[in-house]
Design a protein around this ligand. Structure first.
Ligand code: FAD
Ligand code: PHB
Length: 415
């Protein structure tokens, strides 16, 4: 990959080729998907003076409202702050210095900050991160095309890859130097790589999470991860007046099997403790079921296509790692692309996948470990249950075991 041409603007090719009826344009980096990965990459590229176009299948209101992650690692917070998109996060985000593990009716605090060298986490909804990044991008005059349909990737193994899509009724094409596949776990980017050019390592879990957003102040000012005979439960929050809660359910449960009353009954049974602590209930604003999977594609790149975030790997949400991994992938990708444009050296781009996969596999292991320790596994025997309790007790009693959890939870930085 030598001598990229950072030219910008309209092309004048024949409009009849490939049925393209709308404009053909050129950019340096075409980014598929306006989730945390795509938006953060666009932001980092802009700061390096590199042009990009983001193509997003959904409309702006949808992506700005989609309820997903809530926990930002220390390094994710630092990146947003140091690149000028952290003002509202600093004002409205809730900085936490500990989390709680609960089992056998007792709650145990893991003092994250004390155990992890002064580092903390920030509770700030993913949709708020998305809003901040979209606002910054539009203020910078960079392009996002919402409601882009039928996105397809072409010639990704050539020096002139392109992306075709439909927008406002016409078929369009963007030629670029690089394509970033940031289109999440149901995206199309990965399909542009021949099936024998990558491998997927995966695991599914025999349970899911039912999540609610409730208009009630959090019942405790920190997160509670609860292991219970009836199944896992999690107490989290979005703001001082909005609580986020999850209960383990079956992956094939229909949503209507979970009327609000049943959700609160299960949450109370799984979260309340013997010492009289109670969970405050309130109006349910949103409810949804998320299935759980671990998956990693290797390598995360092919030709001029670089895959990032959930498009390349997914983790079960128990470790709160997915959004943070998406951000750390594009931090590496943004730096590698900037290096290539600046010097013509593609060494960092060549090792993009290798660079990311170390962190990805650490997070995969941590997320699998938290998930395995905390959930009730259908059909597991009593021996398995005893092992889970032994692991939980060791984690809260041993300072070294607790420190390992803390180091991973706030975000492990490889040597
Ligand atoms: P996405 O957010 O999925 O964004 C991909 C974008 O691409 C979407 O906007 C999508 O509409 C768009 N797209 C898809 N296909 C196309 C197409 N064909 N053309 C154009 N656009 C397309 N992570 C954490 O770090 N901390 C947490 O606390 C946490 N909690 C979670 C709780 C739950 C219940 C769930 C479900 C997830 C949680 N996660 C958490 C994971 C986190 O939400 C994801 O890892 C994160 O969204 C990944 O970001 P992304 O940008 O890679 O993908
Ligand atoms: C959330 O607040 O949505 C959340 C918090 C911690 C997790 C997963 C989700 O592990």
């Amino acid at each position: 990959m030598a001598g990229a041409d950072p030219s910008d603007g309209q092309w004048n090719h024949s409009a009849s080729l490939f049925g393209v009826t709308g404009p053909r344009t050129r950019t340096q980096v075409a980014i598929i998907g306006a989730g945390p990965a795509g938006l953060t990459l666009g932001h980092l590229l802009h700061r390096s003076g590199i042009d990009s176009v983001i193509l997003e299948r959904r409309d702006r209101a949808y992506v700005e409202r989609r309820q997903r992650a809530g926990v930002l690692e220390h390094g994710t917070v630092d990146l947003f702050r140091s690149t000028g998109v952290g003002d509202r996060m600093d004002r409205e985000g809730l900085v936490h210095h500990g989390i709680h593990l609960q089992f056998e009716g007792e709650r145990h605090r893991i003092p994250l900050t004390e155990l992890a060298g002064g580092r903390s986490i920030t509770v700030y909804g993913q949709h708020e991160v998305v809003k901040d990044l979209i606002a910054a991008r539009l203020a910078a005059g960079r392009e996002i095309c919402f409601e882009a349909d039928e996105v397809s990737l072409h010639d990704v193994d050539s020096e002139r890859p392109c992306v075709r899509y439909r927008s406002e009724g016409s078929a369009r094409e963007i030629e670029c130097d690089i394509i970033a596949g940031c289109d999440g776990s149901h995206g199309v980017s990965r399909a542009a790589i021949p099936q024998d050019a990558y491998r997927v390592f995966e695991r599914t879990y025999p349970f899911a999470w039912l999540g609610i957003l409730a208009a009630v102040p959090p019942s405790l000012d920190e997160l509670i991860y609860a292991h219970h005979d009836r199944g896992f439960a999690l107490h989290s929050m979005r703001t001082p007046t909005i609580t986020r809660l999850y209960v383990q359910c079956a992956p094939d449960d229909p949503l209507d099997a979970w009327p609000d009353e049943r959700v609160w009954t299960e949450l109370r049974a799984r979260l309340e403790t013997a010492d009289g602590w109670t969970l405050e209930a309130g109006p349910v604003l949103e409810k949804g079921i998320t299935t759980m999977r671990s998956a990693v594609m290797e390598p995360m790149q092919w030709g001029r296509l670089f895959v990032a975030g959930d498009a390349a790997h997914v983790v079960p949400p128990t470790g709160a790692k997915g959004m943070n991994l998406a951000v750390s992938d594009v931090r590496a990708l943004g730096a590698a692309i900037a290096e290539w444009y600046r010097t013509g050296d593609r060494a960092a781009l060549d090792v993009y996948s290798r660079t990311c996969l170390r962190r990805v596999w650490r997070a995969e292991h941590f997320s699998w470990w938290m998930t395995s320790m905390l959930h009730r596994v259908p059909d597991a025997d009593a021996f398995h249950h005893k092992l889970q309790l032994a692991q939980l007790r060791y984690t809260v009693e041993s300072r070294l075991a607790a420190a390992s959890l803390a180091e991973n939870y706030v975000g492990y930085e490889h040597a």
